[in-house]
Design a protein. Sequence first.
Length: 249
Amino acid sequence: MRIPASDPNSLQPVKALDSGESRRILLIEDDLDIASLMSMHLASLGTRIEHVARGDQGLARGLEEPWDLVILDLGLPGVDGLVIAAEIRHANPLLPVLIVTARSTEPERVSGLDAGADDYIVKPFSMLELVARVRAVFRRVDVQASQVRNKVTVVGDLVLDEDCHVARVNGNTIALTIREFGLLAEFVRHPGKAFTRAELLERVWGSHYQGYRHTVNTHINRLRAKIEPDPGNPRYIQTVWGVGYKFGH
């Protein structure tokens, strides 16, 4: 069952590092040994971790409480992780989602990212890598929070309010994921600049990200579907053949 999307104006943003509160991570993993190791290492970041082993329980918890990060496997009993990622993303576009799974093919990775994941780690993996990826997610949240101070940009029918993390088209609020909002913000800050996919990956995902450049295409297509009057003939996010993308203005 599709969960109704939250009002974008009432969404809970991820806590900044200097908020004085411990960040809360929801871990959805059916392998208890792996979950125990993950929880132990993630606790080194000063986070509070809640673990559930079933997909249906994880989905319920993910929608009941305000979290700062959701980490989940895909092959879960009850509800598959792809469904959980999509439902949580639909309910709260601001909430980062990290997939940790044995599904390793490129189509499987793309499916995970299409479902709304911000990052994707393939098992087996190093616990040090997991901690580094989570730290990078939180660091990116902190950087974005520090950059969005009283910044409102109006381009045609598009309004981007970086302070409130809100985008509007023709007065209608558009729910964007963290990565979609990050992409749009980069374009708006540099109108007319042609970005390569590698540049966008580094600016929005971070230099640590080891994923496919196809990830950028996927997020651009989703972003166009949300903000463009005619996604097939984009006005704002334009393709620069042989290079990447630019923001038309």
